[in-house]
Design a protein around this ligand. Sequence first.
Ligand code: NDP
Length: 435
Amino acid sequence: REKDPHQPEFHQAVEEVLSTLWPFIEKCKDYQKQGLIERFVEPERIIQFRVPWVDDAGKVHVNRGYRVQMNSAIGPYKGGLRFHPSVNLSVLKFLAFEQVLKNSLTTLPLGGGKGGADFDPKGKSDNEVMRFCQAFMTELYRHIGPETDVPAGDIGVGGREVGYMYGMYRKLRNEVTGTFTGKGLSYGGSILRPEATGYGLIYFVEAMLKTKNKEIAGQKLAISGSGNVAQFTAHKAIELDALVVTMSDSDGVVHNPDGFTMEQWQYLMELKNERRGRISELAKKFNLKFEEGAKPWQYRCDIALPCATQNELDVDDAKTLLDNGCFCISEGANMPLTLEAIHTVQEARILYAPGKASNAGGVAVSGLEMAQNSMRQHWSEAEVDNRLHTIMSCIHKACVSYGKEDEGEYTDYVTGANIAGFVKVADAMLAQGVV
Ligand code: NDP
């Protein structure tokens, strides 16, 4: 905190992880050697650069670009790029730190990183977005590569942006490698990568429910957001006969107490991915309730799936959810619950999974995309889906094995995920010496 006093999100993430890891580290003396923890919370490298670009009216803009290369002890840096005005070093360091543990949990050889820019793609033309992505890549290309650092999408960075960045990368390097994931199917992308985070989240929820002999069919789900993660979480949930009762964006929330239909979901896909419109249009089109500035957590649900952004569910929201009978919260976004909200839901002993476990399906399929690129192969949908299922169930098992309280029924998924993710990275760091 003294070194970087203005990084609240990063401190929040480190506090959440270290407070659960500490009792474990105290028992395992090896993890107190070699300055391991001090090294673990310090990025290996941070790259910051200027991104100048010209808008359609000829005006020059200067944004700030970053890549935080956090830890490569078990594999190349891997993690998304975020384009949003709120992007700063605190946010990216928290995301990169979480990514290290998440990637370790996937069972794949992936290190952790994260990057992005304080650029707002909203309201920009296609050409402006392309020029920005190209300008961003003219600096980042020299720091990434298939064996070094493999970026992907995140908030504000979807298939369109990955395509523009990958195109510039390929031109500058004059080589065709799997240096990005989330690529289009025609140029090396993996089938099911767009769906993977959302589908994986639902597979993880199914595994959690199984421990209580429950099924997802018939459960009421409150989902926040309407971007990549929220869209495919909703899709899989509707497919499995759950009732998705809310979707939102930063303007407000749409409530459908009967559950969104596939027809409404398809409209949302076109609205958000092609027209880049606002969620209120979904309410208008199907005569549903839209509440401006509201969050989904006020509505009755059995399961809450925050899929928008960090700190979007605070302690009051947590209390409202509990009062309304919600018995499971699983994070699609990264760190959507504040620390106080986490403590509240854990005290209530409901099912609660942190994003590093429950939203790891996206990076897992990114790892599978890298494997397919290296082998110059394309796996079928069934093959990728099978592997995704297996990985999510391995992550669930790892959480239970480290997070089950002695002889109790309760699984502390936060502790479980943190310890399981940490052990592999820590062992690799110790074996490789002080570097
Ligand atoms: P998208 O940009 O596709 O969607 C983000 C959604 O969240 C949009 O509906 C957006 O609304 C909403 N949102 C963003 N910021 C805010 C805010 N400050 N307040 C309210 N709503 C907001 O991003 P993704 O779906 O890719 O990512 C969502 C979350 O999931 C992030 O935390 C990301 O780190 C995490 N994640 C993503 C993965 C992936 O594979 N994409 C993998 C693992 C985690 P609006 O359009 O109005 O801004």
